[in-house]
Design a protein around this ligand. Structure first.
Ligand code: SF4
Length: 249
């Protein structure tokens, strides 16, 4: 007789075979790379980048996941069965799988069998999310972390689109989220503080905006003292420094 756990695993495996995710790219297997940002910065990682986003940040460096004026969705995305994505990740010895986008939580129902398959295979999972979609309870499990990046006014997106109070409340209460802010100026730290105070967002990571090493270094130096004096964490965009913004690294 099957245990409830074995039964639910079998159901999840069946679901994984049936469901799919609109995917932009998977990388980190043949050409190894690192998680470039946040608490796991520098840790070897596999990446599953999902296509589609609900925001339109001016400085977005993955417009090929959503900007169909500039890019062709038929060329930039494919539907991948979840079972194939799980098999792809499990074929690698790399433990950390970063699910990013675009905005991955737009496809949340299919993420549940994906996460179950990855965790069952011994992986850890980090989601990179813009914090506008509340996480399903089924994703709030050991082995999963959410790197939540609420967008500031520097994104050029209207506040009522980029700040969704109920979603931020859910992430803050989850105990499985960190909050990472793409920042250009010292003045923006006040905007971060207001959001952190209002929604109880902690820990706070500040990350310089930029797609060139020169810009990242300049902004890091601009921000460093002010971030340190607030007791926040300064993070980097290691992939830009290491690989010069090469796609798929
Ligand atoms: Fe790009 Fe992220 Fe903004 Fe979406 S939320 S537009 S993927 S930076």
């Amino acid at each position: 007789m099957k245990t409830p756990d074995a039964e639910s695993r079998q159901l999840t495996n069946a679901a994984a075979a049936d469901v799919s995710l609109i995917t932009a790219e998977c990388f980190g297997d043949t050409q190894p790379t690192f998680q470039g940002e946040g608490p796991s910065c520098g840790v070897p990682a596999l990446f599953i980048r999902l296509s589609r986003c609900n925001l339109t940040c001016g400085w977005c460096d993955t417009k090929y996941t959503w900007d169909w004026h500039e890019f062709d969705p038929r060329k930039e995305s494919t539907r991948q069965p979840v079972a194939n994505l799980v098999a792809w990740a499990l074929a690698s010895a790399v433990e950390l799988v970063v699910v990013t986008g675009g905005e991955p939580l737009l496809q949340q129902p299919a993420l549940i069998p994906l996460v179950r398959g990855l965790l069952d295979g011994g992986k850890r999972v980090e989601f990179e999310t813009n914090g506008t979609v509340a996480p399903d309870r089924a994703l709030l499990v050991d082995g999963v972390r959410f790197n939540v990046s609420p967008k500031l006014s520097n994104s050029g997106v209207a506040k009522d689109r980029r700040i969704r109070p109920s979603a931020l409340d859910a992430f803050a209460a989850s105990g499985r989220a960190v909050f990472k802010f793409v920042t250009r100026t010292v003045a923006e730290l006040d905007e971060i503080e207001a959001l952190a105070d209002q929604y109880g967002l902690a820990p706070v990571y500040v990350m310089p905006e930029g797609t060139t090493p020169e810009r990242l270094v300049a902004t890091t130096r601009l921000l460093a003292d002010a971030v340190a004096s607030r007791g926040w964490i300064l993070t980097q965009r290691l992939h830009v420094l290491a690989f010069a913004e090469t796609r798929g690294r």
